[in-house]
Design a protein around this ligand. Structure first.
Ligand code: FAD
Length: 305
């Protein structure tokens, strides 16, 4: 059985007491503002620290979960057992060489896009409004408005299941629609290189502003959510199918199909993970019954039931 106190002490020796917490509500770490406690949550600052935490998880035989900004997660009410490693701004350095951005996994895409803009580099505008980290975006092959990480990522350094540092180049990333080698193999992204192009700062800014406005007009950004709940089924749009089932504004407990965008589920304030998951199942069944289409979730549902 997991001895939380003992493992926390081991981890604190690696990262310092200030960077590790027990029984931390995941509602504080997810954009949905939902989720029970993580036994142990840790924010490492260096690659060596991450490797040593993996070593502890192996020697103590306890699970490890890697997260970024929690913008694509539904965490169940009983929370996450074992060690949750949060790679966020504590692990978010970035440098530039010519048209190449090299950044650590924890940097936010919004910040990375601003760095690209300030340096007159084009190609990352699509990502400026996606509220995740670089690591989460590589795992998910995040994309929007015709762009995706696949278009810009040329190299990734990661830690594999054995704790070894490896690298991926080009096609080795196996990027697909909201999937990647990293996601399938459960690698831990440490850093990536993004190849951009020299561009005009005014044009880059204008495109970012336009995409930001389109997001603001169409998406319920003022309410907690995890973005689009479902992947786009081939030949359809999930939001349109849900709308055509008459489910706009349909709610279970505190979880509601957004009135603004039916592809989003929003937390009206007091939603539990159970409410959201029940609503997801209801939507899936209704869409299957009416249109014969199997919706698949894009959001990751994790934690103990
Ligand atoms: P998390 O939610 O923390 O984790 C998501 C997955 O990535 C998990 O499986 C996790 O284990 C893995 N992961 C995270 N960090 C790492 C790492 N360093 N190494 C390995 N695996 C890691 N997504 C889009 O693609 N396009 C959009 O336009 C978009 N719009 C959104 C709008 C809103 C309002 C919201 C709330 C979400 C939106 N999303 C969108 C979803 C989300 O922002 C993306 O999926 C994002 O890439 C998730 O990054 P994250 O850092 O938050 O990852």
């Amino acid at each position: 059985m997991l001895d939380i106190k003992h493992v926390t002490e081991l981890i604190a020796k690696v990262v310092g007491e200030e960077n590790v917490k027990n029984f931390e509500p995941m509602s504080k770490h997810t954009s949905f503002k939902i989720g029970g406690p993580a036994d142990i949550i840790v924010s490492p600052v260096t690659t060596q620290q991450i490797q040593r935490i993996i070593g502890i998880s192996k020697s103590e035989k306890i699970p490890i979960f890697i997260m970024g900004n929690g913008s694509n997660l539904i965490v169940r009410e009983k929370g996450i057992r074992g060690i949750t490693v949060k790679l966020f701004d504590n692990f978010g350095g970035c440098d530039i060489e010519g048209c190449t951005l090299r950044a650590q996994a924890g940097i936010l895409l919004s910040r990375l896009s601003q760095i690209a803009l300030q340096n007159g580099l084009t190609g990352l505008e699509f990502a400026s409004g996606i509220p995740g980290t670089l690591g989460g975006a590589i795992a998910m092959n995040a994309g929007a408005y015709g762009g995706e990480m696949k278009d810009v990522v040329i190299k990734t350094e990661y830690i594999d299941k054995n704790g070894d540092i490896k690298s991926l180049e080009g096609d080795m990333h196996c990027f697909g629609y909201r999937t990647s080698f990293i996601q399938k193999e459960e690698g831990i992204v440490l850093s990536s290189e993004l190849k951009l192009r020299a561009g005009d700062k005014n044009e880059i800014k204008a495109l970012m502003d336009d995409l930001c406005k389109r997001r603001n007009d169409k998406q319920p950004l003022k309410m907690p959510s995890a973005g689009s709940v479902f992947k786009r089924p081939e030949g359809y749009f999930a939001g349109k199918l849900i709308e055509d089932c008459g489910l706009r504004g349909y709610s279970i407990g505190g979880a509601e199909v957004s009135n603004m965008h039916c592809g989003f589920i929003v937390n009206k304030g007091n939603a539990s993970a159970g409410d959201v998951i029940e609503l997801i199942e209801f939507i899936k069944n209704t869409v299957k019954e009416k249109f014969g289409v199997d919706l698949q979730t894009e959001v990751k549902i994790i934690g103990e039931e």
